[in-house]
Every structure is written in structure tokens, then in C-alpha cells.
Design a protein around this ligand. Structure first.
Ligand code: NAD
Length: 296
């Protein structure tokens, strides 16, 4: 028989993910602090609970999809206290590696299995059920949640013990953030040196500088018609979300003592873009800061 799911956090991502579980036949008891999120979830067949604890008390798996580590750590004590023996705690939020470890320890101390499984793929992937899950936890824990993950996503990577899912996610996104700054500097410099964007794209995209930031999400309008630069930098992957993930990477650089100069600098650049009110643009809008052009 299918496990009963408590789904805590029915926001931009969680709303779609929970709806996909319902569509696959799971019973989902959902909770969110925002009434509007509850209304949308109810319309998609999610059973609305009075509280997170009420949802957790009825569940075999408690899935959290919350904004940040503080939300997970502050929600866990009540959820753990309400859960029945044998419940598994699955956190899909993107949070600090240290917070993921703390959450897993809290669950384990209370006698529960814990798995972290942050996602990539954005709202488009959440709606389509094509997310990638990066999983930290035991093999047994992963096997219990794998059927759910395969409903909400299409790729599941077991990264290692608890918190390694978060670790993989922030290492990838740190590289992505750095690569986008690098791609933007290359195009800004190329223009000053007399190169057409299309010419430089034709060279880089087939040479050793090729990367997702150039080949798929090219930060200048023109060469890749589907890139956000052609739609006034409408996301895509918003600068505010990149700034959040770079902040998580920066925290991990600091805890581990890794000399990540580019990671730290890139975190500062994205944080400044958010402060300038540009958090809603695609993260390739960093090109406009570097080139001194302004997108509207
Ligand atoms: P969101 O802010 O839209 O949703 C989070 C929801 O949690 C909100 O509706 C909020 O009301 C609710 N919430 C907060 N505290 C709560 C509590 N104690 N009990 C119940 N509900 C509570 O965020 P999102 O875009 O859905 O992202 C969720 C997580 O996924 C974040 O960690 C984010 O970094 C990560 N993520 C987001 C994307 C994306 O494209 N949006 C992509 C990959 C990963």
C-alpha cells in the first residue's frame, strides 16, 4: 500500500509537487501558513490539515518544502513530536549543509529516518514532474522515498550520507553562478574588442569555453533565441534564487575553509543585484551590470 504523505510548504514548488503526488494516487495531507496556497492545493485534491502537526500525525512520510533552513529547523520539533513511530522525514527545501545535518540529527534523535533531497528544475520541472533530486541519506531511506521522487521528478542521484544532497546542489549552483559571471565578462569584453555577439558565441559555444551559461542561457540577446536575454531577462532562474544559493555556498566555503575566492565574489555580486531591486530578473541579467547596460 502507498504511504500517506504529509506535505508541509505548498508554495511555488511544493504546490505542484504535492499535486503530482495526488495525481499519482497518493493521499496527501497538506499544510501551509498562507491561506491562498491552501486554497490552490485543495483545488488540486490535497487534503488540507489544520496544522503541520495534524498532517504529520497521519503520515508515513513527512515532506517539507520550505523557503530556508530556519523554517525547516523551526518546524521540525513540532512535526517530530506529532509523528507516529516509523515515519520518515524527507526535506526537499534548499538549505545550508549544516542545517540539513542538524535537521537529520533532530529526526534521528527522535527515532526517525531522515533524508535530504533538494531539487533542481524550477517551477517548470515541478509542474511537469521532471525535477532532479539530489539525495542525502541511507540507502534504506532512499528506497522508501524513491517512488515519490520518481513521481515528482525524472532523475534521482544518491549523493551519500545525510546533507550530501544539499552539498551537491550548492556546489553545482555555485559553479553555475560563477560561470554566468564569467560568460558575461567574456561577452562584455568581446564587444569592446570589436566582436559581434554572434561571432563570439559561434566560437565559444564550439570551443573550450562552452558551458550551459553560454550555450543554453546566453546572457546577451541574439545567439540563443530561447535564452532569457531575449525576453528582457525574464526568468528562467531568478537572481534572487541564485543569490540565496550563492549565500548557502558562501556559508559552506566559510565552514570548510575552502579558498573559494570566485564563489565569495560571485555571492557578493548577486547579493548586490538583489539590493538594487533586480532580484526578479533572470540571473543572466548580471551581464547588464558588467557591460554597463541597463535592462528595463
Ligand atoms: P515558496 O516561498 O514559494 O514556498 C514555501 C512555502 O512554505 C510558502 O508558501 C510558505 O508560506 C510556506 N511555509 C513557510 N513556513 C512554513 C511553516 N512553518 N509551515 C507551513 N508552511 C510554511 O518557495 P518555493 O519557490 O516553493 O521554494 C521552496 C524551496 O525550494 C526553497 O528552499 C527553494 O530554494 C527551493 N527551490 C526553489 C526553486 C524555484 O524555482 N522556486 C527551484 C529549486 C529549489
Amino acid at each position: 500500500t502507498q504511504p500517506i504523505i504529509a506535505f508541509i510548504g505548498l508554495g511555488h514548488m511544493g504546490g505542484y509537487m504535492a499535486a503530482n503526488l495526488v495525481a499519482a494516487g497518493y493521499t496527501v495531507h497538506g499544510f501551509d501558513l498562507m491561506p491562498a496556497a491552501l486554497d490552490t492545493a485543495a483545488s488540486k485534491g490535497i487534503t488540507i490539515a489544520e496544522s503541520g502537526e495534524a498532517a504529520a500525525a497521519q503520515a508515513d512520510i513527512v515532506l517539507t518544502m520550505l523557503p530556508a533552513g530556519v523554517h525547516v529547523l523551526s518546524a521540525y520539533p513540532a512535526l517530530l513530536a506529532a509523528a507516529k513511530p516509523g515515519t520518515l522525514f524527507l526535506d526537499c527545501s534548499t538549505i545550508e549543509v549544516d542545517h540539513a545535518l542538524q535537521a537529520a540529527e533532530m529526526a534521528q534523535k527522535a527515532g526517525f529516518e531522515a533524508v535530504d533531497a533538494p531539487v533542481s528544475g524550477g517551477m517548470v520541472g515541478a509542474e511537469a514532474g521532471t525535477l532532479t533530486f539530489m539525495v542525502g541519506g541511507s540507502e534504506a531511506g532512499l528506497e522508501r522515498v524513491r517512488p515519490l521522487l520518481e513521481v515528482m521528478g525524472k532523475k534521482v542521484v544518491h549523493c551519500g550520507a545525510n546533507s550530501t544532497g544539499q552539498a551537491a546542489k550548492i556546489c553545482n549552483n555555485m559553479l553555475l553562478g560563477i560561470a554566468m559571471v564569467g560568460a558575461s565578462e567574456a561577452f562584455a569584453l568581446g564587444q569592446k574588442l570589436g566582436l559581434e555577439n554572434q561571432v563570439l558565441y559561434d566560437v565559444i559555444s564550439t570551443s573550450s569555453g562552452y558551458c550551459w551559461a553560454v550555450n543554453v542561457n546566453c546572457p546577451v540577446p541574439g545567439p540563443v533565441p530561447t535564452s532569457p536575454a531575449n525576453k528582457d531577462y525574464e526568468p528562467g532562474f531568478a537572481t534572487a534564487l541564485m543569490a540565496k544559493d550563492m549565500g548557502l555556498a558562501l556559508a559552506a566555503l566559510e565552514t570548510t575553509g575552502v579558498n573559494g575566492e570566485l564563489g565569495a565574489r560571485t555571492a557578493a555580486i548577486y547579493a548586490e543585484l538583489v539590493e538594487e531591486g533586480r532580484g526578479g530578473k533572470d540571473f543572466s541579467d548580471v551581464y547588464n551590470r558588467i557591460a554597463g547596460t541597463i535592462s528595463t
